[in-house]
Design a protein around this ligand. Structure first.
Ligand code: SAM
Length: 240
């Protein structure tokens, strides 16, 4: 039996947030590397690997069988949280997809979340959508990480159910949802790098929108407002 799995730094970081002995689901598990890795490293952990597509579902089964983990990692084929019974897991991972998809998986599966104390997400883009869902649904962000691997910058957002201390302030809510309330508190080099890239991208998009025959003035104003937030954050960041 092969009892090691080499995970990317991104997924290893995600795994650090799964507490010992967790019963967790990994939705969109692909090869089920993450749940197998966690269960190989924690003899008390149990996992459900969910996949909506037949190919990745089969790959997940292969990984589980290869590591002889069928008693502790169950692979299920189906859409989002619908593969779960309410109360079956206490932690949830949704990683490696866009923030809008993560948000819609959470929203569509709200009725399966009553026992879920912690949700660990790693949106590839549109992180704000995930933060908004947490904000509106009584999950409080307790940690945010940003890291670069193989030329990509990834954010990991971890939220616990009904923690009292909100990371948000009324005046800065919209900016905090965009940048991440905890990432904003400690602007790392990677954070600055990401937002420098975003700055150039947003300048290009605004230019394009202004050149269009039919201009959407509301959208332009929205983008310009966000551009000014990015400029402000970078200005303050480089002063630190
Ligand atoms: N979570 C792994 C990671 O972070 O490396 C795999 C990410 S992979 C890019 C995204 C996976 O999510 C794909 O295998 C895809 O089939 C699956 N997926 C997409 N939408 C899903 C849904 N609604 N329910 C379950 N799985 C889904």
């Amino acid at each position: 039996m092969n009892n090691t799995i080499k995970l990317s730094e991104r997924l290893r970081t995600v795994a650090t947030f799964i507490t010992e002995g967790a019963v967790f689901a990994d939705i969109g598990s692909d090869h089920a590397y993450l749940p197998c890795y966690v269960c190989l490293n924690d003899g008390n952990a149990h996992a459900i690997a969910g996949e909506v597509k037949e190919g990745p579902f089969k790959s997940a089964l292969e990984t589980v069988n290869k590591h002889e983990l069928a008693a502790r990692v169950e692979v299920r084929l189906g859409d989002g949280l619908h593969i779960l019974h309410d109360g079956e897991v206490n932690q949830l991972v949704i990683a490696g997809m866009g923030g809008s998809l993560i948000r819609s998986i959470l929203e569509d599966g709200k009725d399966r979340l009553s026992g879920v104390q912690r949700i660990i997400t790693q949106p590839n883009v549109n992180e704000r959508n995930v933060r908004k869902w947490f904000y509106e649904n009584n999950y409080t962000i307790i940690c945010e990480k940003i890291l670069e691997e193989s030329g990509h910058i990834y954010e990991i957002i971890v939220a616990d159910k009904q923690v009292d201390k909100s990371p948000y302030t009324a005046e800065l809510l919209q900016e905090q949802l965009l940048f991440g309330p905890l990432l904003l508190e400690h602007k790392t080099e990677t954070f600055i790098k990401k937002w420098k890239k975003e700055l150039s991208k947003r300048i290009r998009v605004i230019d394009e929108m202004k050149k269009a025959k039919e201009q959407n003035q509301n959208k332009i104003s929205e983008f310009e407002k966000e551009l000014s937030w990015v400029q402000e954050v970078l200005k303050n960041g480089s002063e630190q």
